[in-house]
Design a protein around this ligand. Sequence first.
Ligand code: ARG
Ligand code: ZN
Length: 843
Amino acid sequence: QTIYLKDYTPPAYLVDHVDLRFVLNETKTRVFSKLHMRPNPDAASEAFFLHGEDITLIAAKIDGTAIDPQIDATGLHHTVPNAPFIFEAEVEINPSANTALEGLYMSGGMYCTQCEAQGFRKITYYPDRPDVMATFTVRIESDLPVLLSNGNPVEAGDGWAEWHDPWPKPAYLFALVAGELVNHPDHFTTMAGKEVALNIWVRPGDEGKCAFGMQALKQSMKWDEDVYGRAYDLAVFNIVAVDDFNMGAMENKGLNIFNSAAVLASPETATDANFERIEAIIAHEYFHNWTGNRITCRDWFQLCLKEGLTVFRDQQFTGDMRGAAVKRIDDAIVLRAHQFREDAGPLAHPVRPASFVEINNFYTVTVYEKGAEIIGMLRRLVGPENYDKALDLYFSRHDGDAATIEDWLQVFEDATGRDLTQFGKWYAQAGTPHLSVSESFEDGTYILHLSQQTPPTPGQPEKEPLVLPIAVGLLDQRGTEIVPTTLLEMTEASQSFTFDDLQDRPVLSILRDFSAPVILKHTQSDATRAFLLSHDTDPFNRWDAGRSLAQDVLVRMTRDQATPDQSFLDGLAAVLRDDSLDPAFRAVVLSFPSEDDTATALFDAGVTPDPTAIHQAHEALTLYLAQHVQDISPRIYADMTVTGPYRPDAADAGRRSLGNRMLSLMSKLDGGKQAQLQFAQADNMTQSQAALTALLKIGKGADELAAFETAWHADRLVMDKWFGLQVGCAAPEQAAGTARKLTAHPAFDLKNPNRFRAVFGSLKANAAGFHDPTGASYALLADWLIKLDALNPQTAARISAAFDAWKRYDANRQTKMRTALQRIADTPGLSRDTTEMVTRILG
Ligand code: ARG
Ligand code: ZN
């Protein structure tokens, strides 16, 4: 069942064109297909096989003659002519029974599809692999008023519509939507002067939540023209919002389908963070039109070719829209918290995996976010001009191709003359490099000694040195920059870099802008880090110095019951008081590492983390900080008041972010008075949610929670927040009970991934609650994953990763987590998806 990259062979048959006809019915949809096929001259095999799962064949023909093919659980076999031929099939499928949300399924009365990675084979018989690319013509027959597919509309009549997609594409980019939908229309003129009709399609009632997504789409289209020279290539671009969706969104050609949480927003219902995420996801899916669709992947091992590059592009976009420094900090927080954790545990895998059982289990932070880091390193190494040159060559050389990572690296070699053999190891070697740093200074010469070492990962005991771009700057003792940011290229296991002609021993600022995804093993003194926190000219490192101090303080408080040093609290207060600093930046400096981050830091220091003790330390530090800044917090809180109509832009969002950080600190001392006031007065969700969170975290907010439910019971996305906040903010010993109680709420819906994640994603995120020593949360999550797996394997498998760090904990917790995992593994009929995950986690 394991599939290996090394076993890749070209497809035996190619498809030039596909005609599809759908006769939609909720339980018995008929799909008529006509595939214009021919033998692949580059193929070794002549065996004819079409993928097909969970579909009923009604009839099949080759060149007009009925055939009786051999059918098994994975597809269809037959003999075919050694010349171009036409394969036709009629199949029946049942969209309403499709709770896996893969293939054609129903969501809130509408038909929709999700075909990536291998969902098309649940729609009809087809060579469902990304290196088979064809043009598609699609006819949809249904009484529903809105009938959509990929490409441009051809013609429509009473009860039918026809679409044609002129761009050859793999089956995973196919999409179909039918329903009673309303649109939010707009248009865009490309740099070539072509008009594009834009639409966001939603269920009636959601029309008022489309304007922001539409604006983000137009900004994305413009940005891709300005920055990458890439214009849109069809007459229409449609986006559809669906409530039941396994992931965030999907880049189907000309017909992007979105989880409604990733596109719908209004000031009353969405937070600043939601707005920013929506803007990024709209951009991400739009950018896939060139990096993913026009140039796709040869096979699913190459997933990072489209995902790493497209994430990198959406990160650049957000940086340009909202400020590069805070965006880089936000991305580093996510990478360290989730990707470094994945790299350090049983689920570690290379950015380009060498094997998989179920590809859906590899849509991971490693493939996406570490994949984006690799692109960022490459850009830093070759420089922005060479990067642009290489991208132009990539687009011209590979347009229309199903490409590989080798193709990608070759483009950079050809465009820049650089040998990327060693750099390419970033794609194949799993694990996070640890970078140790020591310094020496003598007679005006400063030497930086670096060594890199990557710990073993499952299946990869030996690691080799990687190419590390390390951005450094040097400051003098007064805080003046004496060596501006310089990029060092480390290629050896150990290497030294020399800086001459210095007056005095400099202060090192290393890994500026987080120039490589590595763990720094540099132990700068508290005093040096405090100095960098107030003086570093690189905003990332300025933040990171404070972050690393905070992490050490939290480790000492947890392990030694220490109290935080005054100087650390003074440093934070100084940043808080510095009105010349961007509020968003002050807010990130004032926010602490998560409890999971502290667990990782303790584990790395050789201490078994106790989530209960960690939680107490975090609570204590918050209280110390609240007291330390209590004389200024009301003033800052008031200063950050945003007047006028709500705007989701970075400036206003930054002010609310800092104001709400103040609110959370103030609520530790005022019994929630200010938070109650803010909740009562709020006219937008950012302010209501922050107030409610502050109240729940001090064990209050029951009335507000009830009022919130009364106000929002009819809004699915807001109710997801209501479910999630209660579990996420619950006291450790109450988290499992709260989650259990909410699963009995009439609005809990096992079939809706957003609702399931609201409860169980939040349970996992509540570290002390998830790891409550009774094991109640482990058992509850296992119970519900077993139930979900029978309906939706993909989402069950994803959430099972909550157990991935089980070996870090004490014997009691380990035993209880292992029991939960084993119980899932032993479930009769467990899906391939979840089986692969729990097997890997158990190790
Ligand atoms: N390609 C989509 C995106 O990154 C994600 C689709 C993932 N779907 C899946 N079934 N794994 O934008
Ligand atoms: Zn993507």
